[in-house]
Design a protein around this ligand. Structure first.
Ligand code: MN
Length: 538
């Protein structure tokens, strides 16, 4: 079963992170680990505080849900060690029906690729070399390739020229040195002479009988003796095919990672002269190989969206994903899907509230840590139940979750919100741009920024700076109205700053700033309707 990612919006807030963790846990009951809580942005300080408080890891970071290499149902998990002779590599290629074979070192790191193309080149070049020879090869390996029996083991590693002893004996003897290998047939005098001349190995072809004297002489001289049923030409041919793969492999094979998008990988494979790419991890360890027939058409990542329902707020690549379900408490945005999906939108204080309801409805109790995080999600979105968007269901959920998590909701709420409004370390401009909403109201372009503050002293002390900044931001955003609300959680109200045409500002009674708006906590519920009315009458 492929994974389903439960993911919140970009610039994730606590509700977005915690509802994803909660909902993934609920869905995993009965379906082990199929659902993965994910995020597509950095964890903010408030959320980090909550995660650390309940000792829960942050959800998996996903940059994009575009299908990538990890979504391929299959990559070729094959490779050969760098010491393998090419003839064995070719046998492996045949067995797996592939035209390329990745070559790895002892640690599984990718070194190169043996391709049909590379093999052809290597052997065409090699036939021009006059002398048959062997590159370092283990005696055992050579025996395996020749299907030979080792009658006398000599040196472990052989390297030298290979000589078929068909000349008159005295000619053969002058040509051979102590590192060379001689191939002979049923000719005991020649066998004995070669051994006593001091060569590295003797290959006795044609299933010829090997006498006691030959064996004893070879032992005494430390010359390896192999006996095979192949004829001399067969032995030569097999030795020629037993080059180590390092000698024929190409090292310019394209390397890709598990998280590379399939669109990109398709290009890489198509443009590669090997029509393939090797999948490696950060340590260059081979994970698999993709070729043109690895690609299948309908590879998609499956996602469940929480705490948003608009493409514009969703993780990158959302238009390529299979959206399975949406749970949210925001206004409806323009999302479209190919097939009917489960869509739960309820105007309660937070998505964590809805996830809590789903736990209760299904008779499953969240783990204490998860209950703590869902509690954090609700308290964060409702500013400790102070926002006017708070509903009785949010209050009931807080009580239920606090009981399971074993925390005092009121105390925890204040602590959480304080962490959420750590304002001192952030430049004012960034504070204002952090949470802005764009609206088109009665033909006017309106941008409303909201900053949550622990007390009105914050906006009062910086009034001049803020007035200048909203004027700048109005120009930069090209808005008719740029409004900044500094909302005081603990005193139930907001300070308003706004930039617009003088006349319009006056008509909206906004020329004295900051303008204290008692009871205005929610931008959309408390401020927008009232402000919209004013704009209608301009
Ligand atoms: Mn939310």
């Amino acid at each position: 079963m492929n994974k389903v990612y439960v993911i919140g919006h970009k610039h994730p807030d606590t509700d977005s992170i915690c509802s994803a963790i909660g909902y993934a846990e609920l869905l995993n009951h009965g379906e082990d680990d199929r659902y993965v809580a994910a995020r597509c942005g950095e964890i903010n300080p408030e959320t980090r505080f909550a995660l650390e408080r309940f000792r829960v890891e942050a959800p998996l970071f996903i940059e994009s849900v575009e299908p990538n290499v990890s979504d391929l149902p299959f990559t070729y998990p094959i490779s050969a060690g760098v010491d393998r002779p090419t003839i064995e590599v070719v046998a492996l290629m045949d067995e797996h029906g592939v035209r390329n074979m990745p070559i790895v070192d002892d640690e599984g790191r990718l070194l190169g690729l043996v391709s049909e193309h590379g093999l052809a080149r290597a052997y065409v070049t090699r036939t021009r070399i006059q002398q048959l020879s062997i590159t370092p090869i283990k005696l055992e390996t050579l025996a395996k390739i020749l299907d030979a029996e080792i009658l006398v083991p000599g040196m472990d590693l052989l390297e030298g020229r290979v000589y078929i002893a068909i000349d008159a004996l005295h000619v053969s003897l002058t040509r051979l040195t102590s590192s060379d290998v001689a191939i002979v047939g049923d000719n005991e005098p020649a066998q004995l002479a070669l051994i006593s001349a001091g060569i590295a190995a003797l290959i006795i072809a044609d299933a010829s009988p090997v006498g006691e004297r030959v064996i004893n002489a070879a032992r005494a001289q430390n010359v390896a003796v192999l006996a095979t049923a192949l004829d001399a030409f067969g032995v030569g041919k097999m030795i020629n095919l037993s080059l180590p793969s390092s000698m024929v492999m190409a090292t310019d094979v394209p390397r890709i990672g598990m998280s590379d998008p399939l669109e990109y990988v398709k290009d890489v494979v198509t443009n590669s002269k090997y029509r393939t790419a090797c999948v490696v991890d950060g340590d260059n360890r081979l994970l698999g190989m993709v070729s043109r027939n690895t690609f299948v058409d309908d590879v998609q990542k499956s996602v469940i969206l929480v705490d948003h329902n608009e493409f514009s707020q969703a993780v990158d690549g959302i238009e390529t994903a299979d959206v399975r379900e949406i749970i949210d408490h925001h206004r409806l945005g323009a999302i479209t899907t190919l097939r009917p999906i489960r869509f739960l939108n309820d105007p309660v204080g937070s998505t964590s509230t809805i996830v809590t309801r789903k736990f209760i409805e299904s008779g499953i109790e969240p783990a204490p840590a998860t209950a703590g995080l869902l509690l954090a999600g609700i308290l964060s979105d409702t500013l400790a139940l102070k926002m006017s968007t708070t509903t009785p269901e949010d209050e009931r959920a807080v009580e239920y979750l606090a009981g399971i998590a074993g925390v005092d909701a009121a105390e925890f709420g204040i602590e959480l919100v304080r962490h959420g409004i750590d304002l001192e370390s952030v430049p004012l401009r960034e504070l204002l741009m952090r949470d802005t909403k764009h609206y088109e109201l009665f033909g006017r372009k309106v941008v409303i920024a909201q900053v949550t503050v622990p007390s009105f002293a914050f906006s009062e002390e910086r009034a001049d700076e803020i007035r200048e900044l909203v004027t700048d931001l109005r120009q930069e955003t090209g808005a008719d109205f740029f409004v900044a609300l500094f909302t005081n959680v603990f005193e139930n109200g907001s300070d308003l700053f706004a930039a617009a045409d003088e006349v319009n500002l006056a008509k909206c009674e906004m020329n004295t700033q900051p303008l204290r708006l008692p009871g205005v906590m929610s931008r959309k519920k408390d401020f927008l309707p009232h402000f919209g009315n004013m704009l209608r009458n301009l």
